[in-house]
Design a protein around this ligand. Structure first.
Ligand SMILES: Cc1cc2nc3c(=O)[nH]c(=O)nc-3n(C[C@H](O)[C@H](O)[C@H](O)COP(=O)(O)OP(=O)(O)OC[C@H]3O[C@@H](n4cnc5c(N)ncnc54)[C@H](O)[C@@H]3O)c2cc1C
Length: 290
């Protein structure tokens, strides 16, 4: 299959990319890794008249780790995050989650910004960004603005990014010490998009009780779903299989996943509970080892 005819621009810097985006407006699409955009164009689900390829804008590709935050440029490839020893040291969730994205060929080309803007609710990055409380910086000819994941993700494949904006950087707060993380997912085949995915964090106090915990699910709604109702009752308690199992039972009443050709709503709910328990237990075990 081939895409519809389009004009191609390859700006050398961000300023030029923003000028082109402003000039062509809704007729244009940014291309970063092309791993989602090109298949959509080939299937004629997207027919941009102008492609603005940002792959030459090297200023958008970087990883910086400070004491309090991980900063990732929008054009940074999945594999660069997966292989970063600094990221593995301060936030191993990202290392673990990145390995679940497609196959190594996809991760060698796909970008962090592209996956976030594509906003597939079964994709790993939107779920991890939501769990971690990331913020996204969007640049336009008028300047920059920073948004939270709550403000950014609207529904399936839809975000609040404006047609003249580029996602230039992602800021992820570095978790406090004694925080364990886990991410896991149910797929039909290795490398497929998840039917359901779950990510969790558990922070332990000095006395071994839970100081804070978070759980985020993907594949159950149009956006990643943070389930504070499940984790808030765990605060102050000693983590155990029973506590986690009991807390997760309420998930059946909190999510209403749509059925599709892959799974019924009830089956997805069962998967949510199974995977939520699994990642919370694993996160608590890992926190106890720190
Ligand atoms: C076989 C296959 C399996 C896959 N499996 C998975 C999987 O298991 N999990 C998963 O999460 N993903 C999976 N993907 C998708 C992959 O992760 C993509 O890389 C990702 O969704 C999009 O990133 P990209 O850089 O390729 O973006 P592109 O395809 O270039 O762009 C995607 C969208 O984002 C816009 N865009 C891109 N970058 C920016 C930016 N910086 N600012 C503003 N807009 C931007 C584009 O205009 C387009 O609308 C798979 C893809 C394939 C082909």
């Amino acid at each position: 299959m081939k895409p519809a005819v389009f004009d191609y621009h390859s700006p050398a810097d961000l300023e030029e990319a923003l000028r082109l985006l402003d000039e062509f407006g809704y007729d244009a699409k940014i291309m970063s890794g092309g791993q989602s955009l090109i298949p959509m164009m080939n299937m004629r689900l997207a027919r941009p008249q102008v492609i603005i390829d940002i792959n030459n804008i090297s200023e958008l590709s970087y990883i910086q780790v400070t004491d309090s935050v991980i900063k990732i440029g929008g054009l940074t490839r999945h594999y660069q995050v997966e292989e970063s020893k600094e990221i593995e040291r301060v936030c191993p969730l990202l290392t673990e989650g990145m390995k679940l994205i497609g196959h190594s060929q996809i991760r060698s080309r796909g970008t962090i910004g592209g996956s976030i803007v594509h906003a597939d609710p079964t994709a790993e990055l939107p779920v991890m960004m939501t769990l971690l409380g990331a913020e996204f910086t969007l640049a336009s000819p008028d300047g920059k603005r920073t948004v939270t994941t709550d403000e950014f993700f609207l529904t399936y494949l839809t975000t609040t990014i404006d047609m003249n904006e580029i996602l230039v950087s992602i800021d992820i707060p570095i978790p406090s010490t004694r925080t364990g993380y886990a991410i896991d997912e149910f797929t039909l085949r290795k490398g497929d998009f998840a039917i359901v995915l779950a990510a969790a964090s558990v922070t332990l106090s000095e006395d071994g009780t839970i100081a804070s915990a978070s759980l985020c699910l993907g594949g159950v709604d149009g956006v990643p779903v943070l389930l504070e109702e499940v984790t808030e009752g765990m605060i102050g308690q000693v983590p155990s299989t029973e506590l986690i199992a009991e807390s997760c039972e309420q998930i059946a009443d909190l999510v209403e996943p749509e059925p599709d050709i892959h799974a019924s709503s009830e089956y997805r709910k069962d998967l949510c509970i199974t995977y939520a328990k699994r990642v919370l237990e694993r996160a608590a075990e890992r926190a106890a080892l720190l």
